[in-house]
Design a binder for this molecule. Sequence first.
Ligand SMILES: [Zn+2]
Length: 247
Amino acid sequence: MTSLSDEDPDPTDALSAVPGAGTRRAPDRGLLRFCYGPMDCGKSTLALQIDHNHARQGRRGLLLVRHDRSGAPQITSRIGITRRAIEVGADTDVRQLVRQQWVAGRHVDYLVVDEAQFLSPVQVEQLAELADEVRIDVYCFGIATDFRSRLFPGARRLFELADELQPVQVDVLCWCGAPGRFNARVRDGEVLREGDTVVVADVVENAISSPAQTDFATLRYQVLCRRHFRLGDLGPGAGQRGQLRLT
Ligand SMILES: [Zn+2]
């Protein structure tokens, strides 16, 4: 009668200590969870940790990534851990990836999806379907907002559909010491407010149509608190802290 009693509560799950508001896991459903945070907050490390914890319990998972920063289909954490992953393309039907596993005789208990902000809304809906209809647990990791502080479309759909939303507790701080919340795109000491949203970290998509107008060498990101993001204030140490060069 208790829906959770026979379920795998994943006691070693690093994130399970903080349940999502109002969520109760139905016995016959998978869970769709979105863990989000600013750049460099350790999301990929956490993604790999979740995978490790589940695999250790004998569960079979699939690692998926959309636009991994390494450019290869793998989940790369900035602390140096890497695992091979399946690249999700713009038109990939995520359900099909699972079916291919079934066809190969492999069962899938869970999915770990990194860089999930880049999923299309339709792909997020496919993940929800996998959770609901074939009871796969889906752990998505990603950035919520782009450099303009607007939700990525994939992140927006995850906020709408996920059973659990989990801000990743981070030690990424703004230069002032406040929690870093926004990834500011900076060029020549200025916080940019307009432009293509596809450039994140060191990933440069070919969707940037006019490279002549974009000098990537001078483009970087800096994590800022909301106040300093609003003000465009990069702080006294601008140029050194909390930034990632594109090259
Ligand atoms: Zn600040």
